[in-house]
Design a protein around this ligand. Structure first.
Ligand SMILES: NC(=O)C1=CN([C@@H]2O[C@H](COP(=O)(O)OP(=O)(O)OC[C@H]3O[C@@H](n4cnc5c(N)ncnc54)[C@H](OP(=O)(O)O)[C@@H]3O)[C@@H](O)[C@H]2O)C=CC1
Ligand SMILES: O=C1O[C@H](COP(=O)(O)O)[C@@H](O)[C@H](O)[C@H]1O
Length: 482
């Protein structure tokens, strides 16, 4: 397992800790050897020191941790020159000692070096006896053309079955559960359509800004960072037809079909925002997006976006899929909210009956709940709002929920591409977003300012309401834990 970019942030925060958790739980193959590769002069001890704060090691695990790092080495080399990769190949060969070996390369690297690194891996580090697999992190390009260029480059070097494009949302418990909820319950199938569903709202909110990553983020913006990939994957799993089987290509075929039914997004179907400081807030809230010195002065990059999509097929035509994402908002939350149509021929008093909603909460605290009406308990006969609630922390108290990266890296070892992005999914997603992204950039469309720590610009609520999502404001949840 070669971690390219071993000196970087992703390696220390995610990849090394994930490998450790898999190793600790005896889920990695026997005889695994991990090699870090980067330009910096460093050692395995340095990798260990950098990653340790993120590895959640218990005192009782210290001996196992030592054996984990004993199975690691480090090779210093450049990303552009072949010498480093030849050295890497020699280092790998030293471990398999002439025996057949499988090689997995994780590109924990900035996209600027993807092309040269993959070329060098292909030319100098491929094993001819065992399998070779490459894991690539997003961003997979910035638009349709750059993504196609990267895809063409990769397809010249590798077979699609060797490429694992990570979208870590596909490794999250509730995102994986979408398939089971939809296709393993008779309850939902018959109502999962335009006759019964009035809108689908897919939300991603983070309560912190981009400080520290402003330089990277500004080149991409929230649409490329979250909506075009994470939220679109969730949209596809929510909207797709039942696949012929649960094998990776059958599922990905269905996702592609959904994307093909979506027309390119228009500016009128978007609300864009950018967070500003909240002078009364504390800590980071005192800093707006433009106050970050790594963000170019006067940048109009959106940190918040709501987009409305129509899936023009027999099941969904006319049902708005509303995708909302933003940084520096009031809470951390990712969820899918399926809102049903009004009950026809309401026989109860005016406006008491509210729409049903099925909410699949991805994070925090995984839950599936269905907002519904019940008779007010006791002497009263009026309908009241309530919920059927599957809260994972109550129902599955002792289950350890693996991190998304743990599931996905394990998938790569086992050769399952189900939870990875195929190149045609990618090009369809870019087809939908590229024209509007270019328009936003060319016309320097001004995002609406919103205060750090709020729910985003009020215009977003107006837009979402106009799109067809009803917010009743009357639903009150009683936390059974309290
Ligand atoms: N098992 C569990 O843990 C359960 C927890 N709950 C909790 O109860 C609370 C309420 O439930 P919830 O399902 O959110 O229902 P609500 O009816 O309170 O909210 C529904 C949606 O309306 C949006 N919203 C909030 N304020 C406005 C507004 N002023 N205008 C327009 N839209 C608005 C919210 O999204 P946003 O603010 O993101 O835009 C949310 O998507 C939540 O905190 C939920 O987590 C409920 C049921 C079960
Ligand atoms: O890919 C990304 O995802 C993270 C959010 O991931 P989560 O698992 O914490 O929900 C986001 O912060 C980041 O901007 C984006 O690049």
């Amino acid at each position: 397992f070669v971690v390219l970019g071993a000196s970087g942030d992703l390696a220390k925060k995610k990849i090394i800790p994930t490998l450790w958790w898999l190793y600790r739980d005896d889920l990695l193959p026997d005889h695994i050897h991990i090699i870090g590769y980067a330009r910096s002069k460093m050692s395995v001890a340095d990798i260990r020191a950098k990653a340790f704060p993120y590895m959640k090691v218990k005192d009782s695990e210290k001996a196992k941790l030592d054996s984990f790092f004993a199975a690691m080495s480090y090779v210093q080399g450049s990303y552009s020159e072949e010498d480093g990769f030849k050295k890497l190949d020699t280092a790998i060969k030293a471990f398999h000692n002439g025996n057949k070996a499988n090689r997995l390369f994780y590109l924990a690297l900035p996209p600027t070096v993807f092309a040269e690194v993959t070329q060098n891996i292909h030319d100098h580090c491929f094993e001819h006896e065992g399998w070779n697999r490459i894991i690539i992190e997003k961003p997979f390009g910035r638009d349709f053309d750059s993504s196609a260029k990267l895809s063409n480059h990769l397809s010249r070097l590798f077979d699609e079955s060797q490429l694992y494009r990570i979208d870590h949302y596909l490794g999250k418990e509730m995102v994986q559960n979408l398939m089971v909820l939809r296709f393993a319950n008779r309850l939902f199938g018959p109502v999962w359509n335009r006759d019964n569903i009035s809108s689908v709202l897919i939300t991603f909110k983070e309560p912190f800004g981009t400080t520290g990553r402003g330089g990277y983020f500004d080149k991409f913006g929230i649409i490329r960072d979250v909506m075009q990939n994470h939220l679109f994957q969730v949209l596809c799993l929510t909207a797709m037809e039942k696949p012929a089987s649960n094998n990776a290509d059958d599922i990905r075929d269905e996702k592609v079909k959904v994307l093909k039914c979506i027309r390119p997004l228009k500016l009128d179907d978007l609300v864009l925002g950018q967070y500003v400081a909240d002078p009364e807030g504390t800590g980071d809230a005192k800093e707006g997006y433009l106050d970050d010195p790594t963000v170019p002065k006067g940048s109009v990059t959106p940190t918040f976006a709501v987009g409305k999509f129509n899936i023009c097929n027999e099941r969904w035509d006319g049902v708005p899929f509303i995708l909302k994402c933003g940084k520096a908002l009031n809470e951390r939350k990712a969820e899918v909210r399926v809102q049903f149509r009004d009950v026809p021929g309401d026989i109860f008093s005016n406006g008491v009956v509210k729409r049903n909603e099925l909410v699949m909460r991805v994070q925090p605290n995984e839950a599936v709940y269905c907002k519904m009406m019940t008779k007010s308990p006791g002497m009263n006969v009026e309908p009241v709002e309530t919920e059927m609630d599957l809260s994972y922390n109550l129902r599955y108290k002792d289950v350890k929920m693996p991190d998304a990266y743990e599931r996905l890296i394990l998938d790569v070892f086992t050769g399952s591409q189900l939870n990875f992005v195929r190149s045609d999914e990618l090009s369809e997603a870019w087809r939908i977003f590229t024209p509007v992204l270019h328009q936003i950039e060319n016309e320097k469309v001004n995002p609406i300012p919103y205060k750090y720590g709020t729910r985003g610009p009020e215009e977003a609520d107006v837009f979402i309401k106009a799109a067809g999502f009803h917010y009743s404001s009357t639903y009150k949840w009683v936390n059974p834990n309290l």
